[in-house]
Design a binder for this molecule. Structure first.
Ligand code: PMV
Length: 362
């Protein structure tokens, strides 16, 4: 499929006003997306668990303009208050998706959004936020009776395509439980343009996975996500890293099917550390882990060795850790977290999440 297939050819209905609302979760990558080309095209394929509790709720009110103008007209309300600070992100999103949804300049919008997790928790809201907004835009487009020339365009496919243009990883947040994004020769249906439900067998154990997010550092990011992706351009290890991501996806096929937790852990932790190794070897370089991140990693490795509990960690582009483990080990792992890891978290804060099934229309 090509980008052009996502352009709406015509609309069969006219709608004066109304509202649509969605809630959409965050996701945690197992094979990391790190590096992109123009138009939010990933440099390598990735796969993630969709989360359940960390989510954004977005309501979009729309009113048809009496005269079409050449501007996007919207106001963004965050947690009930007008928040002009977030508006440039929405402006940029609308600019990027306008070709595909040409009705945007016909309406005045009021966008009300809030997250289930604290704003300054160090958890990125871009995946849940952009996927929730993309779904609202798609719901309006659906009400307008959008007609596409390609019969392959489905609601979720286009919503994921739009979400990607807001924030790459957002395209993996719409459905559950495992989502793959990025063209991979051995994954049928995979595409750089949108996320797909992981098409192979998934052992039940992975559908029970818990993700306890340890908030080690709630401060501002040292490097923006786009800035980080750009560091992969001309990076001395870039090509090997991209090849490695493809190979890890190949290896995970057998792991997901069999429920082989030992190999799952080995691949997932290596992915997290490789992501940070890429940042440490970039020009300029960044050390995004904090001393407490390393303390926690060592504690997890030790706990796993001594208790043989299948628990592992992953990291995003920051100091916070995601502790991943099957539900069957929840009591024991939570006790370990409370007794031994919480002390390394800023203000002792952590968030309990688990694998989820994706976004919901409200
Ligand atoms: O979607 P972005 O541009 O914020 O990039 C996300 C990058 C990582 O979180 C580090 C990895 C990933 O695949 O989610």
């Amino acid at each position: 499929m090509s980008r052009e297939d996502f352009i709406t050819k015509e609309y069969s209905k006219k709608i004066e006003k109304g509202e649509v609302a969605w809630e959409s979760p965050s996701n945690i990558a197992l094979v990391k997306y790190w590096g992109k080309r123009a138009n939010q095209i990933p440099a390598n394929p990735s796969v993630s668990f969709t989360l359940k509790n960390c989510k954004t709720t977005t309501k979009m009110e729309f009113q048809r303009k009496t005269v079409k103008s050449e501007t996007f007209d919207f106001k963004l309300f965050f947690e009930g208050k007008w928040n002009p600070e977030f508006e440039p992100k929405i402006q940029q999103f609308f600019e990027r998706i306008e070709t595909y949804c040409p009705f945007l300049k016909d309406y005045n919008f009021k966008i009300f959004t809030e997250n289930s997790f604290p704003h300054s928790s160090g958890i990125a809201s871009s995946a849940s936020g952009m996927s929730a907004l993309a779904l609202c835009v798609m719901s309006l487009e659906k009400e307008l009776g959008a007609i596409h020339t390609s019969s392959e365009i489905s609601f979720y496919k286009k919503a994921s395509f739009l979400a990607r243009l807001g924030s790459g990883s957002a395209c993996r947040s719409l459905e559950g439980e495992l989502i793959e994004w990025g063209a991979h020769q051995n994954i049928p249906g995979s595409s750089d343009l949108f996320g797909i439900k992981y098409p192979f067998e998934i052992d039940e154990v992975f559908k029970t996975f818990q993700d306890t997010i340890l908030l080690v550092d709630k401060g501002q990011k040292q490097v923006s996500s786009s800035g980080g992706h750009n560091l992969m351009q001309g990076h001395p290890f870039a090509e090997n890293r991209f090849t490695q991501a493809h190979l890890n996806l190949d290896k995970l096929k057998e792991v997901f099917a069999s429920g082989d937790l030992e190999n799952f852990i080995a691949i997932i932790e290596s992915e997290a550390l490789t992501l940070h190794a890429m940042m440490m070897s970039s020009k300029p370089y960044f050390i995004l882990m904090k001393p407490n991140t390393l303390q926690i990693i060592n504690k997890i490795l030790e706990f796993r060795k001594t208790t043989r509990t299948p628990v592992c960690f992953t990291l995003d582009a920051g100091a916070n850790l995601h502790v991943l483990y099957p539900e069957a080990h929840k009591t024991k792992v939570l006790e370990f977290i409370k007794n031994e890891l919480v002390v390394y978290c800023e203000k002792g804060q952590y968030i309990c999440d688990q694998v989820g099934k994706g976004a919901e229309k409200l």
